[in-house]
Ligand binder design. Structure first.
Ligand SMILES: [Zn+2]
Length: 368
């Protein structure tokens, strides 16, 4: 089976940081972008209709330029803009950014909850994993997982709710994920949830397993482990596990990635309840910006070299302020960059068009 090599891009450290961390960040984005181009090359051969044509175009050019702002006083480098496709089930780059935004939003809510309950009422975070049996029909299995999780949440309220160990969850947020089962090769949808409980009333793994089997009828596999705080980063490491992307790009071929998107687009991949209910994850995928002096840095993706390179900007070395006139200057640079980019894309598309349908079939055959 043809698979994308390597561990794939990671959410780890994808938050605003100093200039020394920028090369590592660009390296992660390069890997994500090249995976997106790989998927787009396959998608080009199977896309059907205007909607898919539009999505293919957006995916192909997504992240072809990145604008960072280096805030000099704070020493922080922030992603200010990029042409995001926002198709996070197809695009690893947008999936990384969406995960980072969700991580930030839920971490803030977590801090607010703990501060509101005070040190005496401090809640313990657990990571809970729930699965359903692997199966050949992805949509049927995904819907089964979704419905079962809703049924489990209903146990928290109403008649007889006190009998369920899930009642001990004062709040939770679950992220749905899809991959192929390692042994079976069949679809394996599952969810990871952060669940908050009082320390003297934790979740009982045996009872949860029995309740989950009663609800699903075919799966008793549950995993519960406390999320430990680490010095310097708190619970972020544990939370990252939950907000990593919904599709395990590194272990799936392009055919599976496109199939997943076709079947699951429009589905809710995050679900929250109790104290975590109502958290708004921002739509925008850029970093939050600061105020004060900054230097703008423009990077362009080179399709042939599969990496980001600094684009010689007219504002190179010039310290910019939060001034609309400065932004006009940088937009000029962006226009120049787009001109070059169009040339780059024309060249790159030619190489994709050279792929005969036979080559695309070869991918399909090796994947079965
Ligand atoms: Zn994208």
């Amino acid at each position: 089976m043809r698979r994308t090599k390597g561990e794939g891009p990671s959410l780890a450290g994808d938050s605003p940081s100093g200039v020394n961390e920028l090369p590592g960040r660009l390296d992660r984005y390069s890997k994500a972008k090249s995976q997106a181009v790989h998927t787009a090359s396959y998608f080009q051969t199977v896309k059907d209709g205007k909607h898919e044509d539009d999505v293919h175009r957006r995916l192909y050019v997504c992240g072809c330029y990145l604008v960072f702002k280096h805030y000099l006083e704070q020493g922080s480098v922030r992603l200010a803009s990029a042409n995001f496709c926002k198709v996070h089930l197809l695009c690893p780059f947008c999936a990384i950014r969406r995960g980072a935004k969700a991580l930030q939003a839920y971490s803030q809510r977590y801090a607010a909850i703990q501060s509101a309950v005070g040190s005496e009422g401090h809640l313990t975070p657990f990571m809970v994993t729930l699965t359903v049996k692997d199966g050949p029909d992805l949509l049927e299995r995904f819907n089964k997982l979704h419905r079962s999780f809703q049924d489990l949440n209903k146990q928290r309220h109403g008649k007889g709710s006190g009998h369920s160990t899930w009642t001990n969850a004062k709040g939770g947020v679950a992220s749905f994920e899809v991959k192929r089962g390692e042994g079976s090769g069949l679809w394996h949808p599952h969810l990871h949830a952060i669940v908050l409980c009082h320390p003297d009333k934790p979740m009982d793994a045996y009872r949860l397993s029995a309740e989950w089997l009663k609800i699903t009828g075919d799966s008793f596999i549950v995993d519960i482990r406390p999320i430990k705080e680490k010095e310097g980063e708190g619970v972020i490491g544990g939370f990252m596990e939950v907000f990593k992307y919904a599709v395990k790009f590194s272990s799936m071929n392009s055919i599976d990635v496109v199939d997943c998107w076709r079947l699951l687009q429009g589905q809710r991949m995050l679900s929250s309840f109790g104290l975590f209910y109502g958290v708004q994850v921002p739509e925008g995928l850029a970093d939050e910006q600061l105020s004060g002096e900054y230097m703008e840095m423009l990077y362009r993706y080179h399709y042939s070299e599969q990496s980001y390179q600094r684009y010689p900007s007219r504002s190179e070395g010039v310290i910019l302020k939060n001034d609309p006139r400065d932004l006009r200057l940088s937009r000029k640079d962006l226009r120049l960059s787009r001109k070059d980019l169009r040339k780059d894309l024309r060249l790159s598309r030619k190489s994709v068009e050279k792929c005969s349908p036979g080559v695309a079939h070869g991918v399909a055959l090796t994947a079965t």
